[in-house]
Design a protein around this ligand. Structure first.
Ligand code: GDP
Ligand code: GDP
Length: 459
């Protein structure tokens, strides 16, 4: 099984109907009376060529009294903990209810990987509910009709890349996974091992930039150089570390090879390997050799990290070798601005992997970048801001028809992504989009993180 999907949401939104469709057997009861199914159920699901475990968290009577609220919360939290991905279902015909909002809050707190599904979306009657669902701030709602099987294709396309990612991660994590399925727990189904979630970082850079030296310094031992030969299998390899009190999982490839065995051929793989490590990372540390910074390879890797939507920190290494540090720093900043405008505002720190100087700066920059990458801005604040921005500088009026930006919401974090609902979106010039993106960065203190802004046409 490649991953576990929990189907969560308030009673009667269609969770069991969806579960039945995915699992293909009448494992879960479906009934018009809310709360017919009573606990977590799971089954082997298939969707196209995907195979996974689906958990149905249906089964709660109406949440009128406190004990049921609590029970609902516990059940959902348990489902979330067991799952890699949560499919959060709302009833598009009913629109977003306060109970839906309670669920959204739980999922957000749990930092779960959420796909938002607006069910019962067959026909126009659901349109308003689908739009409303954006306001939950959990991403673009997937239009679904569990009963009629609509939207299953889209669900497949959303799950597919995640499934690949989880499969790859499982392979990387394998040695540490504690598969404890003792008899008395077997009834509860697959348990995820209890493991704190370390911050995932990748250290990338050209050969000899000092990646191995840096990682060794961070983990404080010689584990890397004698570690597995990642370059041979071409899989990203990770090590766990406690970096100044922050649990981290560090992905690297080329730098983890036995130095003696690095042949010309393997060195050439390092860019591809680096790019692969980026895909696993939340924060990417681009390590520059201060003697030869911003070479083609560095630029390419940094650009790739941005395109992939990772938070980026630039670290200029071998700082101990610099004589005129003030002058050099000025040079670095200028080159950074000129060569990597797409990473405007990303932190640039100087370090010496060899002496360990500056590692505290690097640690802080990583935490800050991670924080910005996860930032969530309320819809109310965004719309207030959008009003001020369009008033200060109204969008153009091609052919006399003003482009109207109606409404804005954050649909995703990691990295922050926003959708603006508008009329005549196709006529909005890029410069206006840049105006808004730069404004978002400045006004909501989001320097250096990739910010995605899309415009959705409403007619
Ligand atoms: P659960 O409590 O969330 O598990 O919801 P159920 O799966 O039991 O469904 C509740 C009710 O909604 C049932 O009467 C279903 O037939 C109905 N339902 C489920 N999916 C859809 C759908 O896509 N469209 C419509 N119109 N009704 C649906
Ligand atoms: P990698 O190929 O990126 O993993 O680079 P290494 O960690 O193997 O480092 C390449 C060379 O640079 C080695 O000779 C290191 O000793 C040296 N080096 C790494 N970091 C520093 C540093 O901060 N200062 C100095 N002076 N040399 C360093």
């Amino acid at each position: 099984m490649s991953f576990t999907l929990a189907i969560v949401g308030r009673p009667n939104v269609g969770k069991s109907t969806l579960f039945n469709r995915l699992v293909g057997k009448k494992l879960a009861l479906v009934d018009d009376q809310p709360g017919v199914t009573r606990d977590l159920r799971e089954g082997e699901a298939r969707l196209g060529d995907l195979r996974f475990i689906a958990i149905d968290s249906a089964g709660l009577e109406d949440v009128a009294d406190d004990s049921l609220q609590g029970r609902m919360r516990r059940l959902t939290e348990r489902a979330v903990e067991m799952a890699d991905i949560c499919l959060f279902v709302i009833d598009a015909r009913a629109g977003v209810t306060p109970t839906d909002q309670v669920f959204a809050e739980i999922l957000r707190k749990k930092n779960a990987h959420v796909i938002l599904a607006a069910n019962k979306a067959e026909g126009r009657a659901a349109d308003a509910g689908v739009i409303e669902a954006y306001a939950l701030g959990l991403g673009e709602p997937l239009r679904l009709s569990a009963e009629h099987g609509e939207g299953m294709d889209e669900l497949y396309h959303m799950l597919r890349p995640l499934a690949e990612e989880f499969a790859a991660r499982a392979a990387v994590d394998a040695p540490e996974v504690d598969v404890d399925v003792s008899d008395d727990e077997a009834d509860e189904g697959p348990r995820k091992p209890t493991r704190e979630k370390p911050l995932q970082i990748a250290v990338i850079g050209r050969p000899n930039a000092g990646k191995s030296t840096l990682i060794n310094k961070i983990i404080g031992e010689e584990r890397l150089l004698t570690g597995p030969e990642a370059g041979i299998t071409r899989d990203a390899i990770s090590v766990s570390a406690d970096f100044m009190g922050t649990p981290m999982r560090i992905f690297d490839t080329a730098g983890m090879r036995k130095k003696a065995k690095v042949t010309e051929k393997l060195e050439k793989l390092s860019v591809a390997d680096g790019l692969r490590a980026v895909r696993f990372a939340e924060v990417v540390v681009v390590l520059l050799d201060v003697g030869i910074p911003f070479e083609q390879q560095d630029l390419r890797i940094a650009d790739f990290a941005e395109t992939e939507g990772r938070a980026v920190v630039l670290a200029a290494n071998k700082w101990d070798l610099e004589e005129d540090k003030t002058e050099k720093l000025k040079e670095l900043r200028e080159a950074f601005e000129r060569l990597l405008p797409q990473l405007k505002g990303a932190p640039l720190v100087t370090v010496s992997a060899k002496t360990g100087k500056g590692l505290d700066r690097l640690h802080n920059a990583i935490l800050k970048a991670y924080d910005v990458w996860n930032r969530r801005i309320t819809t109310a604040k965004l719309n207030q801001w959008l009003g001020a921005m369009t008033e200060a500088h109204p969008p153009p009026a091609p052919g006399g028809r003003r482009i109207k930006l109606r409404y804005m919401t954050q649909v995703k974090t990691r990295p922050p992504a926003f959708v603006v609902m508008c009329y005549h979106a196709d006529q909005l010039p890029d410069s206006y989009s840049r105006y808004l993106v730069n404004g978002l960065r400045a006004d909501f203190d989001m320097p250096g993180t990739p910010v995605r802004l899309t415009f959705r046409d409403q007619g």
